[in-house]
Design a protein around this ligand. Structure first.
Ligand code: NAI
Length: 488
């Protein structure tokens, strides 16, 4: 009996990728096939091979269709092109399949020595993978001031937070930390914290804890063994997941999955390592551990465990590629290391292993937006470019808007109030935010009034951006500038 008895056939899109990609993909394919899982590898191209064919997105239509049909892909690293016009094939895949969760397990492996060996590090970082500053919405608003929009949605937070809890349940883990910068970015990062706190009671067996992201980084280095699952936003996750993989031995052993609605793409964290390509020296363990995650995703729990144990036995008995070999050792080639893992299939490692159950994700109800209460526009922030002093700019704006439905409440520069009544001015740049609010807070501003206001300001100043100040059922949908509350 055992894994060979289970003859469910899985079709998996296989992308060998660039640089060391073909070597590590070949190695992983050998191990998965040797473990007796019936996988029909649907070989497709992306990255360099696609760019060479003139496909600017880096991902041919056939590859997209293959992933759409198979719902599961295993991919080698893809080189990001340096020329203009060509996009990152990785970003294309992430966007097309909306892989909202980037899942990165970080676990101490016997035989891979680090300053943290013996601490029992075994955590997973679940990073939101689509939104946040990485939506790539940037504007050069003046010659000297650029902006990047940090967009976060309740739906985006819900999906990744549910995923983190469901993963904790599937892996028998007891706690989930949500790491945010909600203390500073109260509306964006705060949304993730709030959503986490709303969802947590649905998982009563799991201890849910919020942690400020900078403290999380500190604690990850100080006492990494305290963490089991960390869910966080895109940029925070990008940084702390790299930090965490450094704790246990680095890129050669760091696996990852990109999970979307019904599609999952498994890959190593590392890139193409071009200096190592073709030398039969790359460590296939990272992609092999990604394949273990893939097999669990496919319900092949027994085969996944068999490969995981074989890899651990191999490492523990001293077979190591150059990246993790000790000083006095002769490193193993990719091919020999892979053969050693295959030879160890069926052996059990002494290291503690987790029980894995299939992941049970709740069906999220799609909402076109939030339930709408009484939403009013009570003002507008108009961003202007100016070399005037704050006092001169304030007086000028007040003159220009005389007779309009708004009053100038304050002006800020890079988020700090500079007008009116400010004794100590910060360093100024040519980028001011003029906060204009309706005279009578009982009335909402109309679009016509806002356009009239912007038109008036435009007569005297260059404006480059406007933002409505909206109030949701009495709760302001905007933050106050530094110092705005001081004197009004
Ligand atoms: P990289 O991860 O390719 O290499 C950094 C260094 O890590 C290498 O020089 C090598 O010493 C080591 N390394 C990485 N993987 C290894 C392995 N399996 N075995 C042994 N040592 C390993 O990062 P780099 O140099 O920043 O990026 C190279 C290219 O890869 C770039 O074009 C980049 O855009 C792309 N890339 C692609 C990714 C993907 O497809 N998911 C992820 C990261 C980078």
């Amino acid at each position: 009996m055992g894994i060979l008895a289970d003859k469910r056939v899985h079709r998996v899109t296989l992308i060998e990728g660039d640089g060391i990609g073909p070597e590590v993909v070949r190695a992983v394919r050998r191990v998965v096939d040797a473990a007796g899982v019936a996988v029909l590898w649907d070989e497709q191209i992306a990255g360099g091979a696609a760019f060479r064919k003139g496909i600017a997105s880096g991902v041919p239509a056939e590859t997209l269709q293959s992933i759409r049909t198979n719902r599961v892909a295993l991919k080698g690293p893809l080189a990001t092109p340096v020329g203009d016009g060509e996009k990152s094939a990785n970003v294309t895949l992430r966007k097309v399949f909306e892989t909202y969760a980037n899942v990165r397990p970080v676990r101490e492996l016997a035989g891979v020595e680090t300053p943290f060996s013996g601490r029992g590090i075994d955590l997973v970082i679940v990073r939101e993978n689509v939104e946040d500053l990485y939506a790539g919405i940037e504007h050069q608003q003046t010659e000297g001031v650029a902006q990047c929009l940090k967009l976060m949605s309740r739906t985006g937070c819900e999906k990744v937070i549910h995923y983190a809890f469901a993963l904790a349940v599937a892996e028998g883990r007891k706690s989930v930390h949500c790491a945010t910068k909600a203390n500073i970015m109260k509306l964006t990062e705060g949304l993730m914290k709030k959503t986490f706190e709303e969802i947590a009671p649905q998982y009563p067996g799991i201890r849910a804890q919020h942690i400020i992201i900078d403290n999380c980084a500190h604690e990850l280095v100080r006492r990494p063994e305290q963490f089991e699952v960390i869910v966080t936003s895109n940029m925070n996750g990008d940084i702390v997941s790299d930090l965490a993989s450094g704790l246990t031995g680095g890129l050669g052993i760091a696996p990852a999955a990109n999970v979307g609605d019904g599609v999952a793409i498994f890959e190593a964290v590392h890139g193409t390592a071009p200096g190592m390509a073709g030398l039969d020296a790359a460590n296939p363990a990272a992609l092999l551990l990604s394949a273990v995650m893939m097999l669990r995703h496919l319900g092949e729990l027994e085969a996944a465990d068999a490969i995981d144990h074989a890899l651990q036995v191999t490492l523990a008995e001293g077979a190591r590629t150059a990246d993790i070999a000790r000083g006095d050792e002769i490193p193993m080639s990719t091919t020999d290391f892979t053969s050693a893992v295959i030879g160890n299939l069926g052996r059990r490692s002494a290291q503690r292993s987790r029980e894995h159950r299939p992941l049970a994700l709740p069906r999220l109800v799609r909402r076109p937006g939030q339930p709408r209460g009484a939403t009013r526009t009570i003002g507008v922030d108009v961003f202007v470019q100016s070399d005037l002093s704050p006092a001169a700019l304030g007086k000028s704006i007040e003159t220009l808007i005389a007779g309009a439905s708004f009053r100038l409440q304050m002006i800020s520069n890079r988020g700090t109030k500079v007008y009116p009544h400010v004794a100590d001015l910060p360093d100024l740049v040519d980028h001011f935010r003029c906060r204009l609010v309706v005279h009578d807070p009982a009335f909402a501003a109309t679009d016509a009034e806002i356009l009239d206001l912007v038109h008036r300001i435009g007569r005297g100043h260059v404006w480059m951006h406007i933002e409505k100040l909206r109030d949701y059922d009495g709760t302001p949908g905007f933050t106050r500038a530094q110092g705005e509350d001081a004197e009004r």
